[in-house]
Design a protein around this ligand. Structure first.
Ligand code: NAD
Length: 488
């Protein structure tokens, strides 16, 4: 098993493979977990519930270590970690454990009059050996939530946390090695080299969360073994504010959605569209909401984090045009701090007068910068969404049910959220995933179990009466006439 320790200051290319993260060691890990799966130990529902319970207890006993790792990697406060990381996983475990037996109950199948007498059922079988590759932005949640689904599905699992959040990766590795059954779940830490070696192995499912460029690498490697993939990707999630909404409340929700986790959230509203009049009315509310949530100087606020590393800090700073900034920006204003590279602090930043061709619109922002674009109205907003990649989430703030229906029918996205941001993805009853460039497949709760199992129809038909004789050749006489009429 890999025990890679990482120098977070070294660029990825300079980090060699972990001593035991070698190809041979990785091949041994996968072979051991494949054997364990074949032994059947992960099949019984009782065993799955026990393993989920072990994970629940592990989260409790490792809470301090995990929370301080999240603080170290992302400047995440204790409460934020409780809500968006540990709490989400704990809730996922509770929900899945409560419903697992009923979700796994065989569903009755009716095969139709043509096959009568006959019967059938749909059973959910485990896929086998699975691989979870996680990103750095919610490094605990996005590693362990898919793990809950994988365990619930009765699969063995290799977990590859993100090396970009090294403290959390190490804390997760410790948790898995200390608290979970090594014949069920193992961890391989590492970066590109280790992940590449992992991807050479044959898995029965690869669950990847991260950017689309690596998503393509994963899908290509998976194709070699005809391995199915679930790709949880990102992109620019649009937000439209309609006229006539309660702007004070809307602003609070927008600000929370955009600046939580310092904007490093896959479903953060990426850019905001509204008419010129609405933008003018909304701006003071947005300013006020930032102050209300994060105080006069967000740098001092426990609930406001930091950029993950210098590379992402520099990237996001490069998207800011200080001439367009109406709040925050690199220079800071009104007593609030400006950007500070040493601590990777970037203030909540709002830019107006942004054009569709500006650099900030060329890529997913993935940082605390909200570009505001003026549109003629909902028609243009819908057209703009349609001409870009399908987003992970689309947001609309409106009181108009017809407009809500239009967004649902005329735009395509992983999900559509009306009058809220972010909170919907925390619900274990909502399937969470993208469409098109924002990904394929979904998970959370029952959708997670479905993702990590194969729905296998089991059909049976008694040998007597032998009704299938009707369709056997040769086709002559009465039978020929009957069959021609039946299958017209
Ligand atoms: P990242 O850099 O941590 O990469 C994700 C994983 O890919 C890591 O485990 C990393 O080791 C691995 N990886 C990196 N390069 C690789 C390579 N060449 N070959 C094989 N594996 C490689 O995270 P990231 O991609 O920067 O994450 C941010 C992106 O993820 C954003 O686009 C965001 O929107 C998206 N995201 C999506 C979701 C979702 O649920 N849909 C959630 C979080 C983030």
């Amino acid at each position: 098993m890999s025990t890679a320790s990482h120098d977070s200051t070294a660029p990825d290319s300079e980090r060699g493979p972990a001593p035991d993260g070698s190809r041979a060691a990785i091949a041994d890990e996968t072979a051991a977990l494949r054997d364990a799966f074949e032994s059947g130990r992960t099949r019984s529902i009782r065993a799955r519930l026990d393993q989920l319970d072990a994970l629940r207890r592990a989260l409790r006993s490792e809470r301090r270590r995990l929370t301080s790792a999240l603080e170290q990697d992302l400047g995440k406060g204790r409460i934020d970690s409780a809500i968006t990381e540990l709490g989400v996983v704990t809730q996922e475990i509770a929900h899945t454990s409560r419903h697992l037996r009923s979700w796994l109950a065989p569903e009755k199948l009716t095969l139709g009059a043509m096959l009568a007498p006959s019967g059938g059922r749909l059973i959910r079988e485990p896929l086998g050996l699975t691989l979870i590759i996680a990103p750095w932005n919610y490094p605990l949640n996005l590693t362990l939530s898919p793990l809950v689904a994988a365990i619930a599905g009765g699969n063995t699992v290799i977990v590859k946390p993100s090396e970009v959040a090294p403290a959390t990766s190490a804390a997760l590795a410790h948790l898995i090695r200390t608290h979970l059954d090594p014949d069920w779940v193992r961890v391989v830490e590492g970066a590109v080299e280790e992940t590449t070696a992992l991807l050479e192995q044959r898995f029965d499912l690869i669950f990847y969360t991260g950017n689309g460029t690596v998503g393509r690498i994963v899908a290509r490697a998976a194709a070699e073994h005809l391995t199915p993939t679930i790709l949880e990707l990102g992109g620019k999630s649009p937000l439209f504010v309609d006229q006539g909404v309660d702007l004070e409340r809307a602003a609070r929700r927008i600000v929370w959605g955009k600046f939580s986790n310092t904007g490093q959230t896959c479903v953060a509203p990426d850019y905001l569209m509204a008419t010129a009049k609405t933008v003018e009315e909304l701006l003071p509310h947005l300013r006020r909401a930032v102050r209300e949530l994060y105080g006069p100087d967000p740098r001092r606020c426990e609930a406001y984090g930091r950029m993950i590393n210098d590379k992402h800090f520099d990237r996001v700073v490069g998207l800011i045009d200080d001439d367009q900034v109406v709040l925050g920006g690199t220079r800071g204003s009104a007593g609030a701090s400006g950007a500070d590279r040493a601590s990777r602090y970037l203030p909540p930043t709002i830019m107006t007068g942004v054009d569709w061709t500006d650099p900030v619109m060329a890529e997913e922002v993935f940082g605390p910068v909200l570009p505001i674009l003026t549109v003629g109205g909902p028609d243009e907003a819908i057209a703009r969404i349609r001409e870009r990649d399908k987003p992970l989430t689309a947001y609309v703030f409106t009181e108009d049910r017809d407009l809500e229906r239009r967004f649902a029918a005329e735009t395509s996205s992983g999900s559509l959220a009306v009058n809220l941001t972010l909170a919907h993805v925390g619900s274990p009853t909502m399937p969470f995933g993208g469409v098109g460039a924002s990904g394929m497949g979904a998970y959370h709760g029952r959708a997670g179990l479905q993702a990590f199992t194969h729905a296998k129809p089991v059909v049976h038909k008694p040998l007597r009466p032998d009704t299938l004789r009707l369709v056997y050749p040769p086709y002559r006489g009465l039978r020929r006439g009957l069959l021609s009429r039946l299958f017209r």
